[in-house]
Design a protein around this ligand. Structure first.
Ligand SMILES: C[S@@+](CC[C@H](N)C(=O)[O-])C[C@H]1O[C@@H](n2cnc3c(N)ncnc32)[C@H](O)[C@@H]1O
Length: 233
């Protein structure tokens, strides 16, 4: 039986028994292996834009599962799927802007899936804002530790969502609603980054440094407000 990392496990936990799944940009194929072994899904499409990671997925999957049970597809994003071909698409371990690019290629196709589980590595705020403004509703959010990183997992469904204050595009509102156990640590890390910038820019007189100092000062203030709110939840 395969054991997943906390990040992949939390993604897997969002997939329910009987769902048809596509793992977009699967690379190692660990998530599909888990979903098959645990009998969560028997309809799994494994994709990647590049041949070599798709071959790695094939090799790994064959190492765990002797029968040919998965559908391997080479290609970009959701282009290799038909409308509504799966219930759940997973797009994990990619940059937020790349995810946005993949989803925006054909919005009506992207909205044809019941659920999309996203795990952006960066630009999460831009991605959340784009999602809300393009017909996706944020249904669930989770944090997962991976090495020194705290990863964000964002599950969306088609639907209307309300626009948010900018800070809640950065710190997902569902993380607050669900009192995610890693949330305090997640915000503290962001504050630490800004405080380091404050230290670096404090006595510098260039226009950029002064601008950056003010920006970081505001961010510390905003983040500390959210942190206080979280501590009262
Ligand atoms: C860092 S790996 C993530 C693997 C796995 N999804 C995970 O979360 O652990 C990113 C994978 O996405 C693939 N990829 C990048 N752009 C893609 C695209 N537009 N469509 C499909 N796959 C893509 C890369 O080739 C790579 O194998």
């Amino acid at each position: 039986m395969i054991r997943l990392t906390e990040r992949l496990q939390k993604i897997a936990d969002g997939i329910h028994i009987g769902e048809r799944v596509a793992d977009i940009g699967s690379d190692h194929g660990y998530l599909p292996i888990y979903l098959w072994e645990k009998r969560i899904s028997n309809h799994i499409i494994v994709t990647d834009i590049k041949k070599s990671p798709l071959n790695i997925a094939k090799k790994n999957i064959r190492g765990y599962i002797s029968k040919e049970v998965m559908d391997f597809r080479l290609g970009s994003g959701l282009e290799i799927l038909e409308n509504a071909e799966v219930d759940t698409a997973v797009i994990a371990g990619m940059g937020g802007l790349l995810i946005m690019d993949i989803l925006s290629k054909d919005i009506s196709k992207s909205l044809s899936f019941k659920k999309i589980i996203l795990q952006p590595r960066n630009a999460q705020d831009k991605l959340r804002k784009w999602l809300v403004q393009n017909g996706f509703k944020i249904a669930e959010e989770n944090l997962a530790k991976e090495g020194k990183f705290i990863c964000e997992i964002i599950t969306v469904i088609p639907g209307k969502d309300k626009e948010l204050e900018d800070i809640y595009y950065e710190i997902g509102i569902k993380l607050l609603e669900n009192k995610d156990p890693l949330l305090e640590k997640f915000i503290l890390k962001k504050i630490e980054i800004e405080k380091n910038i404050l230290k670096d820019t404090k006595n510098k007189s260039s226009k950029n440094a002064v601008k950056q100092y003010e920006h970081s000062k505001n961010r510390v203030h905003q983040l500390e407000e959210v942190l206080n709110h979280v501590r009262f939840l």
